[in-house]
Design a protein around this ligand. Structure first.
Ligand code: FEO
Length: 397
């Protein structure tokens, strides 16, 4: 396994995780990569490591260019273990002169690995000389951890952006412009929806700050997925759009069902939405993964949630989806609730409460149907779909 040159002085020495399908609850249908980079400066510098189980792959790639002991500095832009996992091993192996991280990164690395090794903390705007080159650091707190930090190598106009602008995508190609645009957009959106969305206000501030940094970025080297070499022309406008969270003419229906009654209602609501030209996505929780739901909710204007009542409560899979979505803090949505029941029907009031707590403005009180929907119930569901469509048209999309 060889290093891949990505700019005049930088090699990619990361790992490709073709088999990854689950990343702490995120369904990674297309695998992932853990990107590490080698800067061939006077002080040879390793930016990030990889998940610990990919140690041999990273070492082989490094060894195709230098012997690992030639590395003098290690930079950790983000201390989550998919990137920092091999820092303790590399410290033991090469005894680097410096292990550099943000102030919060130093704390986080010590809390993860209980290191007995002096780490170098850098602050926002600091620089470190690599002899014939220089690294500049930009704190990017909460994108997506408190420790997160960008590193800029002006010689190559290259920004190491840690998780930001990345995606879970295993590929033989290392550059985004070699990959199908539809796949890139979907996977970048999914990454944003599941990892970055709660910190959208920080994204907007960073994009403002970006203009004042004085960096002339050509290459964005992320921690996951392909490297952007268009100066961010594709991904930065997408981040700006996603961070603004403007609703679109799209509705997502999330539901689970016990005896197909709630499912019948979901399909009737979908018919009503579709009849009014709304882009409608129906996500049955028997098959839909949380992280795919988050992807669809990202740009939706409406989130409609259905649940049967089970033992006086919302069906457990529906609560699971709502807990996950609530944590992601999606904004600017309208919604509605529905579901079947046998005798109590408590799930409907509980669903309304959930949506209220998520700042989703609900339309009506919801539709509940005893046992099995009659023709008139199906007609009510269809009308609810049309009403949501009518409200969506009035939103500033
Ligand atoms: Fe890829 Fe937040 O770690």
């Amino acid at each position: 396994m060889k290093a891949i040159k990505i700019s005049e002085h930088v090699y990619w020495v990361g790992a490709i995780d073709w088999s990854l399908r689950e990343f702490h609850g995120y369904a990674t249908h297309r695998g992932s990569t853990y990107n590490a980079y080698l800067i061939m400066a006077d002080k040879i510098t390793l930016v990030e490591t990889v998940k610990a189980q990919f140690r041999d792959e990273m070492l082989q790639r490094i060894s195709s260019v230098i012997t690992p002991k030639e590395i003098k500095y290690i930079v950790s832009g983000h201390s989550e273990m998919d990137h920092s996992g091999l820092i303790p091993y590399m410290i033991d192996l090469i005894k680097p002169e410096k292990v550099i991280a943000s102030t919060m990164g130093v704390k986080a690395l010590n809390d993860h690995f209980h290191l007995n090794y002096p780490l170098t903390a850098v602050k926002d705007g600091d620089s470190i000389s690599l002899g014939n080159m220089e690294l500049k650091f930009v704190e990017t707190r909460m994108l997506h951890w408190p420790d997160s930090m960008f590193t800029y190598l002006a010689n190559d106009r290259l920004l190491f952006s840690q998780d930001a602008f990345g995606m879970h995508l295993a590929s033989s190609e290392r550059f985004a412009d070699e990959i199908d645009t539809g796949i890139l957009t979907e996977e970048a959106a999914k990454y944003y929806a599941n990892i970055i969305l709660p910190y959208s206000s920080f994204v907007l501030k960073l994009l403002e700050k970006w203009k004042t940094l004085g960096f002339d970025v050509k290459v964005i080297a992320t921690d996951h997925g392909p490297i952007w070499r268009d100066g961010g022309k594709k991904i930065i406008p997408l981040y700006a759009k996603w961070a603004e969270q403007r609703p679109s003419n799209k509705a997502v229906i999330i539901y689970d069902t016990m005896w197909k009654s709630t499912e019948t209602m979901a399909n009737a609501i979908a018919d009503g939405l579709i009849s009014e030209g709304v882009n409608t996505v129906v996500l049955p929780l028997a098959v839909a993964k949380r992280s795919d739901i988050a992807l669809h909710v990202l740009d939706a204007g409406a989130v409609i949630v259905g649940s049967p009542t089970l033992n006086n409560n919302i069906f457990p899979s529906v609560v699971d989806a709502l807990v996950y979505l609530k944590g992601l803090k999606p904004l600017n949505k309208i919604g509605a609730v529905f579901g079947s029941y046998g005798w109590g029907g408590e799930a409907i009031a509980q669903l309304n409460e959930w949506l209220k707590n998520m700042q989703i403005e609900t339309i009506g009180d919801g539709i509940k149907v005893r046992y099995v929907p009659r023709k008139e119930d199906i007609a009510k569901c269809f009308e609810l779909g049309r009403e949501v469509a009518s409200r969506l048209k009035k939103l500033p999309c």
